[in-house]
Write a protein that binds this ligand. Structure first.
Ligand code: GDR
Length: 370
């Protein structure tokens, strides 16, 4: 636990700086942010989480750790708020995860995506450069994305693969990635870029395809939905567990120099394959519930992504710990458990002793943008 500033023998600020490292996590309440905060707390860091003020609190993913960390309110679109957060915590390590992270949505909110995901990162790097003491040598992790590669005909993608994104989200992430290189090369700031392939878990947002599949199948099993509506079933993605990417992010900031790192499983599976495996695990005949609809298709979609993480494996000793099948099973099991706990209990007539807390789920799981 953290040494308190007692009167006698109390640690000076300097001594404390050496004992306890401070980490600032932007987007701490997102999927990867929550796993990263847990990991940093377990390693003894003083963890500060940056959250954007919203009218409805969105901290459910931080249940296990929010009491042990400090939340700071700031927005990557607002420089003054970032500056205030940076001066409050003077972090040794900054993990920049905050972003508009939905590829499908970026086609309809392109300008906002470039502002938040692209320029937001540049704003954060500049704030670190200006507001943290040079002696601290603050290190930054930039959450780069496999979406930056765009459509390419290579069997796999690594740190050297040319990036030709095809979505506004991909452009915005590439902009942030290039700003990271600029701060690294022009100002000597330690900015490592983790080029993460699709990372999933039971904490995944419900509009991403894996979680949409497991959540809807669970609703079908429990009689709360009848169909699963998807877009491009043929798209192939390299899926890994979000906690493995969190581990890679931390390792990339412990490396001797700031570099780019691919975090991927090295396997690729189609959306249809993910849905098949999840359905088999849930005991649903996929063909009887699956619908393909045009509104779930994107104007352009990358047909195939498969990462080569040899550099991270050999240099950092990083490796994914959760195989594809286990990932599907973990997500499916979590959604089945959640759906069963919410299943409306059959009414025994007026004054039933079994009211449904929160009213249960609506008839169909709402669909987000593809
Ligand atoms: P992606 O993830 O765009 O790869 O970006 P997503 O899960 O949204 O899509 C994966 C693939 O599934 C296809 N698809 C659908 N996608 C959604 N969301 N909804 C559908 O109904 C649907 N039907 C088919 C998509 O077309 C796509 O081919 C994710 C995000 O987490 C990014 O932030 C991150 O940077 C990258 O992964 C790596």
């Amino acid at each position: 636990s953290q040494p308190g500033p007692g009167p006698a023998g109390a640690a000076s600020d300097d001594e404390r700086d050496h004992m306890i490292r401070r980490a600032l996590v932007t987007g701490c309440n997102g999927q990867m942010g929550s796993y990263l905060c847990e990991l940093l707390l377990a390693k003894g860091y003083n963890v500060y989480g940056l959250v954007r003020r919203t009218s409805t609190p969105n901290l459910w993913r931080l249940q296990a750790c929010v009491a042990k960390m400090t939340l700071l309110e700031a927005d990557v679109l607002d420089e003054a708020s970032l500056r205030k957060a940076m001066i409050t915590c003077h972090p040794h390590e900054v993990y920049h995860l905050a972003s508009q992270s939905h590829v499908g949505l970026s086609f309809t909110e392109a300008e906002y995506t470039v502002q938040a995901t692209g320029l937001g990162a540049a704003r954060l790097f500049e704030t670190v450069r200006r507001c943290t003491p040079l002696s601290l040598g603050t290190r930054i992790y930039q959450a780069s994305s496999s979406e930056q590669f765009g459509v390419n005909d290579q069997a796999w993608q690594d740190e050297q693969t040319p990036m030709r994104p095809v979505s506004p989200y991909g452009f915005a992430k590439l902009l942030a990635h290039q700003f990271a290189h600029l701060y690294r090369e022009s100002y000597g700031v330690f900015v490592a870029c983790g080029i993460a392939f699709n990372h999933e878990s039971p904490r995944r947002g419900e509009d991403f395809v894996t979680r949409k599949i497991t959540k809807t199948l669970a609703a079908i099993v429990t009689g709360q939905a009848t169909t699963l509506t998807l877009g491009n079933l043929a798209a192939q993605r390299d899926w890994l567990h979000a906690k493995d990417v969190a581990q890679g992010a931390w390792q990339s900031l412990q490396a001797p120099a700031p570099e780019d790192w691919v975090f991927a499983s090295g396997e690729t599976h189609s959306v249809e394959e993910f849905a098949q495996r999840a359905a088999r695990h849930a005991g649903v005949a996929l063909a009887t519930v699956l619908l393909q609809e045009a509104h779930c298709l994107r104007p352009v979609d990358i047909p195939r992504l498969c990462g080569n993480a040899t550099k991270a494996r050999t240099t950092l000793g990083w490796q994914p710990t959760v195989a594809f099948d286990e990932l599907v099973k973990e997500m499916m099991d979590a959604d089945l458990a959640e759906a069963r706990s919410r299943r409306p209990v059959p009414s025994e007539g007026p004054g039933s002793a079994n009211p449904v807390p929160g009213g249960g789920l609506s008839a169909d799981v709402p669909e987000g943008p593809a």
